[in-house]
Design a protein around this ligand. Sequence first.
Ligand SMILES: Cc1ncc(COP(=O)(O)O)c(C=O)c1O
Length: 476
Amino acid sequence: MVKLSDVNSKLQKAHYAVRGKIVIRAQELEGQGKKIIYCNIGNPQALKQKPLTFVRQVLSLLEYPALMDNPGPAAAFPADAVARAKMILEKNPTGTGAYTQSAGIPFIRQAIADFIQKRDGITADPNRILLTDGASKGVQAVFTLLTNKENDGYMIPIPQYPLYSATIELYGARQVNYFLDEKNEWQLNALELERSLEEARQNGINTVAIAVINPGNPTGAVLSKENIRMVIRFAREHKLAILADEVYQENVYAPGLKFHSFAQIMHELGEKEVTLFSFHSVSKGFLGECGHRGGYLEIRNMPDDVYAEMIKLQSIGLCSNVDGQLVTYLMVAPPKFGDASYELYEKERAAILGDLKEKAEILGRGLSAIEGMHTHIPQGAMYAFVRFDLPHPKGTDPETMTPEERHKYEAARDSKYCLRLLEDTGICVVPGSGFGQQPGTLHFRTTFLPPKEDITALVEKMKRFHASYVEKIKSA
Ligand SMILES: Cc1ncc(COP(=O)(O)O)c(C=O)c1O
């Protein structure tokens, strides 16, 4: 039998906090009948968000095309859903049960290029677009492509979405942390990028790329155009590739803010040297189709011979799943004005995004009013990364600890806090140490995906819990 000691040590070392110990405990408590408010993961449909009708109608017809031959069932679908399914079957006659081209179905890659053109006003090359099983697989493909030597490193934001740190660990690459600026709405800071790169250099790391998440997970921040320009200039100066994780591009709520893609700003700067990998997904936005595992990766500034390696890599896994490709197509090519499904689609879209905006406000406003908690109304994405203050237990002085001891002490504190929160209130959030945080600070990440009444209840419960937790430490 395989023993744990036989298992890849890189896998053993990798951590993925959003599905960790606290979530397992939450499931146990739920099994015992306790009501849990799951705020640990951006999985909208698990939290009662309904799928878009049009997406599921077309998908159903494609999974079982015989429905279209039978006038009875066919009448249950709007004319444009039937027409769309027929068009897809014409362009992809092998249907959902056959492998596709490794890069993905050609007409879908063209539709993605058209989507980028419409979104950004710039051309995109369908032969630099790859369909992936969610953005996660796209990110991992890029790590496979770029991790060449043992000391190759990736700059990643802190706090970050743990896909990045876990993949770095898994691939034996080196993690180069740059801190996001909490005081400046979690934007990137030029001096901090230079500091981080220089520190890596001194540690013998050959940094090959910088990853940026916009809008941010776990921060909920939306990057300004100027911030993105700064990152592109930085990447150019230091010959780094950019991984632009843009899975939350539809999730911008703050008035006056707008999503800007790295592709568009690179175009605007006339940047022809920096290789850009941009990721998008069907899991977020207003589709929330996490289970369908669809997404794409768009590449700019990559020579043909390198791209051929990327295609080879995709071909080793044959192709991404076909339903995921189809949902990606429906994401980039929604019903148009005048189509039978247009009105309902727009109504469902507006309701989902409107609801998220409202919940972001309830959460941000409510939590920031609690004494000892600090956060803003999230500008975008699906999360708030909330800083909280705790007194130190009597006799403990973190200033006397080594950096490693302090890190351990703080990780234990935020984990303990989140576990107690779960036990006492049923609220399931993720400790900040799972995403990384500045030494001396404590955070947790919460989503604002649960229904509105749960978010309102969460704020109230959190207020009472935090006050009593602090009191217990003080009086211990
Ligand atoms: C920033 C970020 N990137 C990528 C992903 C992965 O998404 P997918 O479901 O497309 O693999 C997530 C999921 O939460 C995410 O938050």
